[in-house]
Design a protein around this ligand. Structure first.
Ligand code: SF4
Length: 441
C-alpha cells in the first residue's frame, strides 16, 4: 500500500487543508507513513509569509529528497503558488499544485503513480474563483473548519492576496453540515479558520444569486445551534470586521469561547496608515474594552509586527506604550520581512535587522509579563477543560474555555474528549516560558 508523509508550514488554514488532503488520499488507499518507515510520497504544504518561510520550505524539500531519494515529492501552498517554477525545479518534486488545486492533488497523484507523469498546475491567484472546503481533525481533539479563503485588503507588507486570491467563502448550509459531520465523528470543539474570516459572505461561489446575502454574524449564530459541538474558537479576526454585534453574540452564545485573536500589527496610527490597515488604535482599544466588559475572563491574543518600514523609534515607542496599556493576554510578535512586489518597499524608512531584533525581544518580554499576569488571576479557580489524550505515558491535558493550558496528572485516559470542571491548583512556567496549570478534577 502506498504510504505518504505530510509536512505543513504556516497558518492554521494550511494545517486544516493538509489534513483534508490526507483524508482524501486515504480514500484513494494511500495511508500515512509509519514511524521509521520510508514514505513513497511526501506532501509539503508550504508558506510564503516571509523570505525566511520560503527558505525553510526549500530546505525541507531538499532535506526530504536527501533522506528519501526514492520518494515522490508533492508541493502546494503559498510558496508553490508564488514560485511554482522554482518549486518544480527542486530535487524530487513531481507535482506542484497551486492553492486552488489542493482538491485535485489526489487525481495528480493517481496519474503520477500510473504514468510517472509530472504535474505543475498553478493558476494566477487573481483568477481563483472557487472555494475549496476543508474540515479536519487536527492532531489533537479539536477540528479546524475552513469558512473563508483569500483577501481583498492588500496591506502594504503582505503577499497573501497574491498567494490566495480574492476573498471568497463557503455557504452557511455547507458549514453547518460539516459541523454536523464533526458531531457524528464525536468532535466537541471546532476552530473556525480562514485568511480573513470576518469577510465571510463577501463572495460565495456556491450561493445562488437570488439567495439572501450571508455574513459572519449569521454564520456564527447558525453554528451555535449545531447540537453536539460544545466549543467554538474564532482563529483570528480583523479588528475592523469584529463588530460589536459579533462580540455581544459571542458573550451570550451557547458555545463560543471567551477567546479572541486579533491582528493589531502596530499601535502607532502613523504606521497603521503606512501599512494600509483599515482601523486606528482608538478603534482597536474600543474592541478590547468591549470584549473585556462583556467577557472579563476572555483570553485575547494579538499579532504585532516589529520593525516594519516607516516604524521610526518614536513610532515604535508610541506603539509599545499603547500595547502595554491594553488588557490583552499575549502577543504574537513577528519581525517585519521585506516581500517582493509589496507596496511597503516604496516606504523609505528602513529599520535595521539589529534594531528589529531588539524590538521583537522587547515586545516578547512584554507578552510574557502580560501572559503571567493573566494566568496568575486563575490560581485556585475552577474552569471547564476539554480533556485531550497526549503521548503515551504523558498525563492528560487540555485547555480551559479561556484558553489556559492545563495538565491533569490524575485524570484517567477515559476522560479523553470530555469537558469537565477542573481546579487550577498550581501555576507552572514551562521551559519555553509558557504558563501551564497543574489541575485536579
Ligand atoms: S488582511 Fe492584510 S495582512 Fe491579513 S491577509 Fe489580508 S492583506 Fe494580508
Amino acid at each position: 500500500m502506498t504510504s505518504a508523509l505530510y509536512h505543513t508550514f504556516g497558518c492554521k488554514l494550511n494545517f486544516a487543508e493538509t489534513s483534508a488532503v490526507a483524508s482524501r488520499m486515504e480514500r484513494l488507499g494511500i495511508r500515512r507513513v509509519q514511524a521509521g518507515e520510508a514514505p513513497d510520497l511526501i506532501f509539503v504544504n508550504t508558506c510564503s509569509v516571509t523570505g525566511e518561510a520560503d527558505k525553510k520550505c526549500r530546505q525541507a524539500i531538499r532535506s526530504f529528497n536527501r533522506r528519501f531519494p526514492r520518494a515522490a515529492i508533492i508541493v502546494t501552498g503559498c510558496y508553490a503558488q508564488l514560485k511554482s517554477e522554482e518549486a518544480a525545479s527542486l530535487p524530487g518534486v513531481v507535482i506542484v499544485a497551486g492553492n486552488d488545486r489542493k482538491g485535485e492533488i489526489g487525481r495528480f497523484v493517481a496519474d503520477f503513480l500510473e504514468s510517472r507523469r509530472k504535474t505543475v498546475d498553478v493558476i494566477p491567484a487573481k483568477d481563483i474563483r472557487r472555494f475549496s472546503p476543508s474540515c479536519s481533525r487536527g492532531d489533537r481533539t479539536r477540528y479546524f473548519l475552513k469558512v473563508q479563503d483569500g483577501c481583498d485588503c492588500w496591506c502594504t507588507y503582505c503577499t497573501i492576496p497574491s498567494a490566495r486570491g480574492r476573498s471568497r467563502s463557503a455557504t452557511i448550509r455547507q458549514l453547518v453540515s460539516q459541523a454536523e459531520e464533526v458531531v457524528a465523528q464525536g468532535g466537541k470543539e471546532i476552530v473556525i479558520t480562514g485568511v480573513n474570516i470576518g469577510d465571510f459572505g463577501k463572495r460565495q461561489p456556491d450561493l445562488t444569486p437570488e439567495a439572501p446575502r450571508e455574513d459572519f454574524l449569521s454564520l456564527i449564530k447558525a453554528l451555535d445551534n449545531v447540537a453536539g459541538i460544545e466549543r467554538y474558537r474564532i482563529s483570528s479576526i480583523e479588528p475592523d470586521l469584529l463588530t460589536d454585534e459579533i462580540i455581544e453574540f459571542c458573550a451570550s452564545s451557547r458555545a463560543f469561547m471567551p477567546h479572541f485573536h486579533i491582528p493589531l500589527q502596530c499601535g502607532s496610527d502613523t504606521v497603521l496608515r503606512l501599512m494600509r490597515r483599515r482601523y486606528d488604535s482608538a478603534l482597536f482599544r474600543d474592541k478590547i474594552i468591549k470584549i473585556k466588559e462583556l467577557m472579563p475572563d476572555a483570553f485575547i491574543g494579538v499579532d504585532v509586527m516589529a520593525g516594519t518600514r516607516g516604524e521610526t523609534i518614536d513610532e515604535f515607542n508610541r506603539s509599545y506604550d499603547f500595547i502595554e496599556s491594553l488588557p490583552v493576554t499575549r502577543l504574537h510578535v513577528f519581525p517585519y520581512s521585506e516581500r517582493p512586489g509589496t507596496r511597503a518597499l516604496e516606504i523609505p524608512h528602513i529599520v535595521t535587522q539589529e534594531e528589529k531584533h531588539r524590538r521583537v525581544e522587547q515586545l516578547t518580554a512584554l507578552s510574557n509579563r502580560k501572559m503571567r499576569e493573566f494566568a496568575g488571576k486563575y490560581v485556585g479557580s475552577t474552569r471547564p477543560v476539554l480533556l485531550e489524550h497526549t503521548r503515551p505515558g504523558q498525563p492528560m491535558s487540555g485547555f480551559t474555555d479561556n484558553y489556559l493550558k492545563v495538565r491533569l496528572p490524575d485524570a484517567p485516559p477515559s476522560t479523553d474528549n470530555t469537558i469537565l470542571p477542573a481546579t487550577l491548583s498550581e501555576l507552572l512556567i514551562t521551559p519555553t516560558g509558557e504558563p501551564e496549570f497543574l489541575a485536579t478534577l
